[in-house]
Ligand binder design. Structure first.
Ligand code: GUN
Length: 301
């Protein structure tokens, strides 16, 4: 058994970001449009805070206008909707991201529906979901994690997945369902598995492409992986790491990496796999939105 190729999401994201910086500069210099991203966070969930800060920081690094709105955990739905309405009307903003999950007094679906589809860089609005579901991903905003995962898969297997069986473990609106749609659009045969699936290990073992998006640390074991499969680990889980010292933690994916790497042909690590690509795709969607606002053809990534 040989060791799998480690798919370097950090390097892939860096290459995309370098191209984006050039495109953003051209758009600003020649069309006078600076891409603008607004990120909104409600409450103090520490993991969400880290994600939102890194999104805002990356937007600045790309030369975008970046606005971060931090609202208290007891914010009402109508106050959040009022902020979304203001951002919808703000011509300096091309992308709006409201970090999920939201506190329980706020209906996340109502908020997502209120975001203008033209600024929905998360790709969660019904219009964008519908465009992807009807095979028109090119004119939609595609959710960032599935979009980034598809680029990593394309880098290994090419863009036509005819004859491949893809198994997506997880059925969330953010990752599992859109991921399945994108794999289907690329001609893969797709199975969506989830917590109620019978004999999950056997289903996973059928996968030429295995996408893990369950949010349970190292749940997918090495003997669930078919020899030669491409494994994409979407999970980011913080676990205790006493071996690093008292009170220390580390990040792991949904896949037991070392075990799976001894069987897979290629596998994404955590950290440094899908995570950086998610942020790069958010920037790409914002850049595309700004191009559309300027009446320019959008770059493709
Ligand atoms: N929470 C976890 N992932 C995401 C994401 O991609 N977008 C938003 N808005 N919230 C999230």
């Amino acid at each position: 058994m040989s060791e799998a190729k480690r798919i370097d999401g950090k390097a892939a994201a860096a290459a995309i970001i370098a191209r984006m910086k050039d495109a953003a500069r051209r758009l600003a210099d020649d069309a006078g449009v600076k891409p603008g991203l607004a990120v909104v966070i409600v409450g103090e969930d520490p993991a969400s805070q880290v994600y939102v800060s890194s999104k805002a920081r990356m937007a600045e690094e790309c030369g975008f206008h970046s606005a971060k709105h931090v609202l208290s955990a007891d914010t009402s739905e109508s106050d959040l909707l009022a902020l979304v309405a203001r951002l919808n009307d703000d011509p300096s903003i091309h992308g709006i991201l409201v970090q999920l999950p939201l506190p329980r007094q706020i209906d996340a679906n109502a908020v997502i529906r209120a975001i203008s589809p033209e600024k929905d860089v998360d790709g969660f609005h019904l219009l964008n979901v519908g465009l992807i579901g009807t095979g028109d991903a090119a004119s939609a905003f595609v959710p960032c994690t599935p979009a980034g995962s598809m680029i990593l898969i394309r880098d290994v297997l090419g863009s036509d997945l005819s004859g491949k069986h893809a198994v997506v473990v997880g059925r969330s609106n953010i990752v599992g369902k859109p991921m399945a749609q994108l794999l289907l659009a690329a001609n893969a045969t797709v199975t969506i598995a989830h917590s109620r699936t019978m004999d999950l290990p056997a289903i996973c073992r059928m996968a030429d492409i295995l996408v893990a998006a369950v949010g349970r640390p190292q749940m997918i074991r090495g003997d669930w992986v078919k020899e030669g499969a491409v494994v994409v680990d979407v999970g980011i889980n913080r676990i205790d790491a006493p071996e690093r010292g008292e009170g220390k933690t580390r990040l792991v994916g949904d896949v037991a990496y070392e075990e799976a790497a001894s069987r897979a042909a290629a596998i994404t690590p955590v950290p440094g796999g899908v995570g950086p690509m998610t942020i790069a795709m958010l920037m790409a969607n914002t850049l595309v939105s700004a191009h559309r606002a300027a009446g320019w053809d959008a770059p493709k990534f």
